[in-house]
Design a protein. Structure first.
Length: 246
């Protein structure tokens, strides 16, 4: 009977990997909830406040630019690269992530294998027409005028392509995540506190649908009691050990 993560991965046919901030802290990106995390330094700006107040939009973009050095200098770590190898091998069918840092894409995983539940902070989108804008465009306008520029197509409001508090979850991504979860026979939750819903509901859905559930997180989670295996270890070394050594 399987007792290790490698046993479970070897026996599985369709693995879904679910990642939270804990995998990216190993790349130097601070998480949001821990002591010293981003939310202990700044209260989140709610979506309705962002929409209603130019001052809040200015504040949100200023915070974004202040964090940019941290995000733009970060590179995929051993955990990201191990997941990419498992995707490439065909073992992992989908990567569902709560992260907004683009590191899964940077590791070489194709876009169609990644489901970003909370969006992506490396570019902006118009909230009216949906046109994508690069961060450099917004920053140049912000530094010139002191306010974020409008959409170049429709003059709508630009926002990082992330999901803020009070903003609706992306319907297409939620449906993709649910479909992948229901099709898997092994669900591995990595680096997530598993307290943010509806995202944290996917491990429960997988388990209820008959899949094995593995939780890899440095600290305990509320879902440990339903998991088949819990590993309180670092993601990078643990996932790297799953790969064949040439």
């Amino acid at each position: 009977m399987a007792t290790t993560l490698k046993d479970y991965v070897d026996q599985a046919k369709r693995v879904v990997v679910f990642t939270g901030a804990g995998i990216s802290t190993e790349s130097g990106i601070p998480d949001f909830r821990s002591p010293g995390g981003l939310w202990t330094q700044n209260k989140p700006i709610y979506f309705q406040d962002f929409m209603a107040s130019e001052a809040m939009r200015i504040e949100a973009w200023q915070r974004k630019f202040n964090m940019d050095d941290t995000f733009t200098n970060a590179e995929p770590n051993a955990g990201h690269m191990a997941i990419a190898r498992l995707v490439q091998s065909g073992k992992v069918t989908s990567v569902i992530t709560q992260n907004i840092d683009n590191l899964h894409q940077d590791s070489g995983i194709p876009d169609d294998r990644i489901v970003e539940l909370h969006g992506n902070t490396t570019y902006a989108k118009c909230l009216d027409c949906g046109r994508r804008h690069e961060i450099e465009f917004v920053r140049a306008g912000f530094e010139e005028d002191g306010v974020p520029p409008p959409c170049s197509k429709c003059n709508g409001i630009l926002k990082t392509a992330t999901i803020s508090f009070g903003q609706s979850m992306p319907e297409e991504e939620m449906l993709r995540a649910e479909a992948a979860t229901l099709e898997c026979d092994l669900f591995i939750a990595i680096g997530s506190s598993l307290v943010v819903y509806p995202a944290a509901g996917f491990p429960i859905i997988a388990k209820q649908n008959g899949a094995r559930l593995v939780i890899l997180n440095r600290e305990e989670t509320e879902l440990d009691e339903i998991a088949d295996l819990v590993l309180n270890t670092e993601a990078g070394p643990t996932l790297s050990a799953l790969l064949p050594h040439n």
